[in-house]
Every structure is written in C-alpha cells, then in structure tokens.
Write a protein that binds this ligand. Structure first.
Ligand code: NAD
Length: 244
C-alpha cells in the first residue's frame, strides 16, 4: 500500500509511534524514526531492518531546526516525503491546583507546537510534490477533557483545530491532513497509571478492553495510504467506543 513512499514518524522509538513505523514499513514505506531518545531511535530503526527500511534521527519536536532536519533526512535518504505522522508526546498530569506553568508549557510545546512544526515542515515539501498525507495523533482526552489533564486535553483539542485549518490550506495542492484520537492504548505512557485508575478506564470502554498500539497504527495506515484518498480534515477515533 505504501510502496516507494517515504515517511517521518515522530516519537517512533517506542509505543504507538514504533507500531506506526513498523506498520508503514510492513506496507512498503521507508521511515525516518524521529525521536528525542536517540539511542532508542537507533534500536528501533535496526529492529525495522536498518537503512533500507528505516533510519533514526535524534529530534526534539519542539525545536524548529530539528524538525526541519528530520524532514530533510527523509527527502535526502529516500527521495520524497509522502507521509508525516506527528506522534511524539509526553504527559505531565496534575489537577489545576497542582499543575505548574512548566507542566502546562511542556505539554503544549511537545504536542501542539511540535505537531505544528511538523505540519509546517512537511507541507513545505508536500506542497511542491503535489501530494502527501499528514496524520496528527490527538487523543479522546482532547474530545471530552479529562481530570488532571488540563494541559494535555488543551493540546490534544488544539491538534484538531490545527488539523482542520491545515487541511483547508493544503487540500488544493493534493495534501491531506487528518487526526487520530486513540483511547486507552497499552504503552509505557499508560503503564504508569495506577491499577485502580487503569481498571476504571477499561470499565468505560464499551468493547471492554484497552487497545493495542497496532490498532492505532492500522488506522494511521488507512489515513497515510490512498485508501483514504478523499478524506481530509477528519478525526478518527480508535477508542473501542469510549466516549462516543
Ligand atoms: P510513549 O511514551 O510510549 O512514547 C512517546 C515517544 O515520544 C517516546 O519514544 C519519546 O521518547 C518520544 N518523545 C517525547 N518527547 C519528545 C520530543 N520532544 N521530541 C521527540 N520525541 C519525543 O507514548 P505513547 O503512548 O506511544 O503515545 C504516543 C502518542 O499517542 C502521544 O502523542 C500520546 O499523547 C498519544 N496517545 C496515547 C494514548 C495511550 O493510551 N497510550 C492515548 C491517546 C493518545
């Protein structure tokens, strides 16, 4: 489905990002693993088969130069940039009473500004190519708002606005921009949750279980490929029916 296509996936050293990178590679794409954790990114690229399939680039998505360099690495190594997945993320959960400005700024910077920088850098290339698919990883936390996540819910809701505005700007150049809102997915990020909180979240899911990173990756594959050729500015939930 992605033969001769090249992709950048941010935050792809592990978790959902790694699953996305692996799925894109399985479907023929070559992928730049852009992650702040350079050692883990190197390992991830090796695990995906090395240079013919994936290369690692150390990249802090809050740094405009680093994001531009990741995109450049893709066009230089693979000749194009067909898919950009803005996935890198962190959490700094706390109630409003306890959340510091630093916690707020850090989460907005990585998720919202990072995705804006990624969208801007990818659009530069894709506009000229006349084709491309940008996928922003939001969260259902941005749809419903979650206690302890005023920073994260703000950033993830902001990503929806970014996605729709960019989709309108880029559609006439053949570039599509969509967002995915995962629910509770089993990764290191959610492994940090207390067991009673994890169980309470699972109880909210009509399908009765957490999702796996591969299930998010398959939805990204759909948005990245021509299967979704007439879909732009859209938000797809991958949440087992939670908060519909
Ligand atoms: P994770 O913590 O397992 O992986 C996040 C990756 O992002 C790591 O490899 C980390 O090194 C990288 N990263 C962090 N800050 C970075 C930065 N400044 N620049 C570049 N890379 C950076 O997290 P995950 O669960 O795989 O989450 C991936 C995305 O999916 C995030 O955007 C997250 O908000 C979103 N999401 C996750 C869930 C879930 O349940 N796990 C649900 C909804 C949305």
């Amino acid at each position: 489905m992605l033969q001769n296509k090249a992709a950048v996936v941010t935050g792809a050293a592990k978790g959902i990002g790694f699953a996305i990178a692996r799925t894109l590679v399985e479907h023929g794409a070559r992928v730049v693993i852009a992650d702040i954790d350079t050692a883990a990114a190197d390992q991830a690229a090796k695990a995906l088969g090395g240079e013919s399939a994936a290369i690692a680039v150390g990249c802090d998505v809050t740094d405009p130069e680093a994001v531009a360099a990741a995109v450049r690495a893709c066009t230089e190594a693979f000749g194009s940039l067909d898919v950009m997945v803005n996935n890198a993320g962190i959490t700094r959960d706390a109630t409003l009473r306890k959340m510091t400005e630093g916690d707020f700024d850090a989460v907005i910077a990585v998720h919202l500004k990072g995705a804006w920088l990624g969208t801007r850098a990818a659009a530069e290339v894709m506009r000229e190519q006349g084709s491309g698919s940008i996928v922003n990883i939001s969260s259902i936390s941005g749809k419903v708002g979650m206690i302890g996540q005023t920073n994260y819910s703000s950033a993830k809701a902001g990503l929806v606005g970014l996605t729709k505005a960019a989709a309108k700007e880029l559609a006439f150049r053949g570039v599509r921009v969509n967002a995915v809102q995962p629910g509770l997915i089993r990764t290191e990020m959610t492994a940090a949750l207390r067991e009673d909180i994890w169980n309470a979240k699972v109880a909210e899911v009509p399908m009765g279980r957490a999702g796996e990173p591969e299930e998010v990756a398959n939805t990204v594959l759909f948005l990245a490929s021509d299967l979704s050729s007439y879909t732009t500015g859209c938000v797809l939930e991958v949440a087992g029916g939670r908060f519909i």
